[in-house]
Design a binder for this molecule. Structure first.
Ligand code: UDP
Length: 412
């Protein structure tokens, strides 16, 4: 066993790693390609940054390609994102043409890599039309959807479905997102990497140094939300919840930590709204972090008492998983993937309004024994369900089942 896999075995047990090897044995000499739209920023990049090296470690020939887009392309795909998560948005013909053109250009650039690959994972809507340019493709193409498509705008779904229906399979994060499609659909929740800089143990002193470096008083109670600045993450709602809680917990601090995903043209206006709502309150810390600030996020999550993820739509919510892994209960929006992580009253609380979030935050801050008990359960829940090794096992299983679809029996 490699040193890296040995370290995972130390967390999840040898049996889990043995299963990964058994599945990999059935995937000998295949070539796998993942395609998404950004190397950094957001959950998809976070996962691929960890998943690809682990696949390589198992001996799989895997590569990761990022499509190159224009400003109008990303404007269009941000509109897709919003529309597929339920907003009623019209996208102009011009932007749709740009979306298709950019995909055609990327198809030319990536033609050798994609035409001969045995398995291609296309992540989210941005690179979806690539498939069209490969009528003679060798491999199985899978659309991996990371967003909440439970109530998509019908017009936009209809538009994108004309591409998606030609894929060989789709993967959604939870059952509520599955769609009527003419191919097999797999349900695979994402995961976090317990060995990454974002999730490894840190010593107390280091946590304090990092948090106080951001002006946070580590002796006072703190609530935190880590998120891209995106309206669906409801950072303004978090500030409202903080204000309501502060009436009962006067020394409370709020930290909003985020950066800018390279494919998101909307974040500046969210940041402006957040700043305006926060006003001059010295206890609200609005942090704009570089995309590689993993250790800082780790320390902020560990130094906070309560972690919020008050999203109004959420594909999965890796920030929820990360917070739970640090033994913190989560106060999360009652939506999408947060629902399968936050077991209400056990690993945190599901909320729908700033008032609800404030009520639960206040309860936990004033009942430390409950806070600690729920935090412990949260960590255990992540260990059982949402670590990288489980995620990888399920991706390998999908690959095995697609590549051996003609066989009656698959011997592991
Ligand atoms: N993240 C980060 N820096 C930031 C904001 C977020 O590294 O400034 C990370 C966060 O820790 C998590 C991921 O980006 O790992 C966000 O994934 P999630 O599923 O929560 O949301 P998404 O951004 O994909 O909608």
């Amino acid at each position: 066993m490699s040193i890296l896999l040995d370290r995972y075995a130390g967390i999840v047990g040898n049996e889990v790693i043995d299963q990964l090897y058994q599945l990999t044995a059935l995937l000998e000499s295949i070539r796998v390609v993942h395609v998404n739209s950004t190397k950094q920023g957001g959950g998809v990049a976070e996962i691929l940054n960890k998943l690809i090296p682990l696949k390589k470690e198992l001996g799989i020939n895997v590569s990761w390609e990022v499509i190159e887009g224009t400003q109008d392309f990303f404007k269009c795909t941000k509109n897709f994102h919003n529309a597929l998560q339920g907003n009623n948005i019209k996208i102009s013909k011009f932007l749709l043409q740009e979306y298709e053109n950019v995909n055609r250009k990327n198809a030319e650039r990536l033609s050798n890599t994609l035409n001969d690959a045995d398995i291609v994972f296309i992540h989210d809507p941005q690179p979806v039309p690539l498939l069209e340019s490969f009528p003679n493709r060798k491999g199985e193409w899978i659309w991996r959807c990371h967003i909440d498509v439970s109530h998509p705008s019908r017009t936009i779904w209809k538009y994108i479905k004309k591409y998606i229906k030609n894929y060989d399979a789709s993967i959604f994060s939870i059952p509520a997102f599955s769609q009527i499609l003419p191919h097999v659909q797999y349900l695979i929740p994402p995961s976090i990497d317990p060995l990454s800089e974002k999730n490894i143990e840190l010593d107390k002193k280091e946590i304090e140094t990092i948090a106080s470096g951001f002006g946070i008083d580590t002796k006072r109670p703190t609530m935190l939300q880590v998120s891209r600045y995106d309206y669906f993450k409801d950072p303004v709602g978090v500030i409202k919840a903080y204000r309501l809680t502060k009436k009962f917990v006067p020394d409370l601090q709020l930290v909003l930590a985020g950066g800018e995903a390279t494919d998101d043209p909307e974040s500046q206006s969210v940041i402006d709204d957040v700043r305006e709502t926060a006003g001059k309150d010295p206890d609200i810390h609005i942090l704009l972090l570089p995309s590689d600030a993993h250790k800082s996020i780790n320390a902020l999550q560990r130094s906070s008492d309560i972690i919020l993820q008050k999203s109004t739509r959420e594909g999965f919510g890796l920030t929820v998983t990360e917070g739970m892994w640090k033994g913190k209960p989560i106060i999360g929006g009652d939506t999408g993937g947060i629902r399968i992580q936050v077991v209400n009253h056990q690993t945190g609380f599901l909320v729908r309004t700033p008032e609800g979030a404030a009520l639960r935050t206040r309860y936990l801050l004033l009942h430390r024994d409950k806070l600690n008990e729920m935090g412990k359960k949260a960590k255990e829940f992540v260990k059982e369900n949402f670590l990288l090794t489980r995620h990888l096992r399920e991706y390998l299983t999908v690959m095995v089942s697609l590549l051996h679809a003609q066989k009656e029996r698959i011997e592991l």
